[in-house]
Every structure is written in C-alpha cells, then in structure tokens.
Write a protein that binds this ligand. Structure first.
Ligand code: 13P
Length: 237
C-alpha cells in the first residue's frame, strides 16, 4: 500500500517543518505502508531535511519536461532530484483544469521525470459531466493510454481521481472506485491509487478493494492526525 498526501497550495516552509516533525513522531516505527507527502515547491527542501532518516518520502506536485530552459515558473526533474525529492505527481486534474495540462504534456512530464530517476504518480479521472454522459471509460482510456505509450515498461503509479470527488466530500463508493480501477488495470496493469475525498472514515474500505493499491489524499493530508489515521488504515491491507 502507498499513501500519498498532496498538499496542493497549502503550508509555508515553517508550517511544513512543524507538520513533518509531528508526522515523523506520530508514524515512528511504521512498517508495511509506503508513505509520501507532496508539499509545494517552496517547502520541498524543508520537508526533505525534516524527514531525513524517516520512512516518509517527499515528492513534488508537478515537474517540467525540459532539462532546463526558458520556461518561466517551471521546475525541472534535475532540480527536484538535487533537493532529495523522490518523485512527482503529473497530470493532476487541477493542472488539467486550470493550467491547460493535456494528455500530451502529462506524458512529456512523466517521461522526463522517469529519465531523471524520479518516481511518477500520473493522475487520471473523469469529470461529473463526462460520467453523466457515459464517457467515463473513453476518458480514462485516452488518459491511461497516453501515460502507457509514454512509459510502456510499467514503471509508473497511476492515481484514479474522479474530478467530481475531489474536495467535494463526495467520495466514490468503493464499488464504483473498484470498477474504475479494474478498468484502468485492464488497460495498464500498474499500481493504481484512489484519490477524491479520502478520509479516515472511508480509507480502510476503499483501500480494502482488490484493485486499489493505496490513496492520494488531498484535504485530509493537511492535518497530522487525519493523515496518520489514513496511513494506519492501510496497515495489513
Ligand atoms: P481531496 O482529498 O481534498 O478530495 O483531494 C484529492 C486530490 O486531489 C489529491 O490529489
């Protein structure tokens, strides 16, 4: 099981240090669950430093495809590697929705990240409108195949995040999530995390489904206690 906290645009560097110290203490001695947090770029160095010597890894929320260049506002995989960052999310629906991310740019980011030795968590998921119009499988197919074509050797983790379940409190039922995960795995048999309103109360049931290999947690990863409870829910699954 892999439990990842995506902080989105929350926590300053000093808040990060405080959170990471408390989390490391709270999860001391943890085994059997892989854990990572994804703070904003400005907090990555502090997170890596504060979590050094623990089992908790630090990943970025995005990464650019070029090694370097005139790309104002972007950050390369080599820059992240030098900080001690172990991986990066690519293709989060908020990037697709607000920043023009496409299947093509997601694929380019994923390839560059792997080439530089970063682990990749590539996000896929349908919107409410797409689900209601019966397009879920088509959307997932296009998104998953873009990642598969870019990284065909299976060296990637996917995250199924139905857009309608993100930050809305509307979690997918475990059956609905399982159905989507099974479909995704039929296209590309790699680990698939579930994301979308994962909370301590629903984490065990979701992660207990056979096609769900962990969780990508947004809001509930911002408090030590709720994130730790989700990690604990993954024990023994
Ligand atoms: P929430 O857990 O806040 O719904 O966010 C999910 C998400 O987008 C994680 O990447």
């Amino acid at each position: 099981m892999l439990v990842v906290g995506n902080w989105k645009m929350y926590k300053t560097p000093s808040e990060t240090v405080e959170f990471c110290s408390a989390l490391a203490e709270r999860l001391d001695g943890i085994e059997d669950v892989d854990i990572a947090i994804c703070p904003p770029y400005t907090s990555l160095a502090d997170a890596v430093r504060t979590l050094a010597g623990t089992e908790i890894a630090v990943a970025a929320q995005n990464v650019h495809w070029a090694e370097e260049g005139a790309y104002t506002g972007e950050v390369s995989a080599a820059m992240l590697r030098e900080l001690g960052v172990y991986g990066a999310i690519v293709g989060h629906s908020e990037r697709r929705q607000y920043f023009g991310e496409s299947d093509e740019t997601v694929a380019r980011r994923a390839v560059a990240a792997r080439a530089a030795g970063l682990e990749v968590i590539a996000c896929v998921g349908e919107s409410q409108e797409e689900r209601e119009s019966g397009q879920t499988e088509l959307v997932l197919k296009l998104q998953v195949e873009a990642v598969k074509d870019a990284l065909p050797d299976g060296d990637v983790v996917l995250a199924y995040e139905p857009v309608w379940a993100i930050g809305t409190g509307k979690t997918a039922t475990s059956e609905l999530a399982q159905e989507a995960h099974a479909f995704i795995k039929s296209l590309y048999d790699v680990p698939v995390l579930y994301g979308g309103s994962v909370k301590p109360e629903n984490a065990a049931e979701l992660m207990g489904m056979p096609g769900i290999d962990g969780a990508l947690v947004g809001g509930a990863s911002l408090e030590v206690e709720s994130f730790a409870a989700i990690v604990e829910a993954a024990y023994g699954l």
